[in-house]
Ligand binder design. Structure first.
Ligand code: AMP
Length: 312
């Protein structure tokens, strides 16, 4: 199974042990999912599709892809450009984020339709998010959505996390309309209830499931923090409780790692219940660590998936 994640990876400056010292890392929603997928299933081919600049920071990012076991054959280089950056500030233990991403090279990731089409023909499963759509201009969005539509028609599996981020959009109606366009080209939708309730007015997670099913997704898994996961897979619907945790440290990338668990299960043709169990266990481990990319021991997650079974 070959997986292609499409989106933006940013440089991250996180407070280090000494005051005023910062640690340089790399993170971003679809990249985080690719990173966890590569950790979880080192035997899987995971590629990341993005654009970076040609400066030293962009080369460092490319090196980070390579050392994470993520293939970067489809990473475009944009001359005279650089990657987006965010900085984490800590005040009385509370984290806040400042972003510099308006001019990032990733905004040009869909400027080469031939490369997009080729990358999609060479993989089995394609993953993108609402943030991937949000950072593109209208023309690039159309190019990406068209490429996904063609890939889906040719039998590729398309997975989508709406990841609603109003600050990245010019207005709420543009965001909600474009997110539903993303849903119409997707087989698998992985929304978060809290955001969906706020921006789409869903009364409960079942309303979220129904909306994505009406858009054409056949597998829908709705995350809801510590609350139960709602799902639909073809004709089958259900609810699965999230194992309670005593000590949640940092929920950054909870949803991204959860998605990696779902995609790993789907890639192995595991029953959806087992994929959700795997996703909850992985996200549970991630929220008990600090930062977006928490080192995990993949052997702890081996027993959860059932290789070779038909999807439930
Ligand atoms: P979210 O994106 O916040 O809805 O969370 C994604 C997933 O992370 C959830 O479906 C849970 O599996 C896990 N998770 C997030 N927050 C918690 C929590 N407080 N306790 C246990 N699991 C959590």
């Amino acid at each position: 199974m070959r997986v292609l994640a499409i989106g933006e990876c940013m440089a991250e400056l996180a407070p280090a042990a000494e005051p005023d010292d910062y640690h340089l890392g790399f993170a971003g929603d679809t990249f985080n999912t690719a990173w966890y997928l590569a950790r979880l299933r080192p035997d899987m081919d995971v590629s990341f599709f993005t654009a970076v600049g040609t400066d030293p920071l962009s080369y460092q990012m490319r090196e980070a892809f390579a050392t994470s076991g993520i293939d970067s054959s489809y990473v475009l280089s944009v001359p005279d450009s650089t990657v987006g950056l965010y900085m984490i500030s800590l005040e009385n233990g509370e984290r806040s984020f400042s972003y510099w991403r308006g001019q990032s090279a990733a905004r040009q990731l869909a400027t080469n339709p031939q490369l997009l089409a080729r990358a999609m023909t060479e993989v089995d499963l394609i993953y993108f998010s609402g943030i991937t759509l949000a950072i593109l201009d209208v023309t690039s969005r159309e190019i990406l959505l068209d490429a996904l539509r063609v890939a889906r028609a040719s039998g590729k599996v398309i997975a989508f996390d709406p990841n609603l981020r109003p600050r990245l959009w010019s207005g709420t109606s543009e965001m909600t309309a474009t997110i539903m366009q993303g849903a119409t080209v997707s087989d698998i939708a992985l929304p978060s209830y809290e955001d969906e309730a706020e921006w789409f007015g869903d009364d409960d997670p079942i309303a979220t499931v129904d909306r994505y099913a009406s858009a054409g997704a056949t597998t829908i898994v709705v995350k809801n923090g510590a609350d139960a996961v709602h799902f639909r897979h073809g004709d089958m619907s259900g609810v699965m409780p999230v194992p309670p945790l005593n000590h949640v440290i940092d929920t950054t990338a909870a949803g991204d790692s959860f998605n990696a668990g779902i995609l790993a299960g789907i890639a192995e043709n595991a029953p959806l219940n087992d994929s959700i169990t795997l996703a909850c266990r992985l996200a549970g481990a991630v929220v008990q660590g600090k930062g977006a990319l928490v080192p995990i021991d993949p052997t702890l997650f081996d027993a959860v998936s059932v290789k070779g079974n038909e999807n439930a």
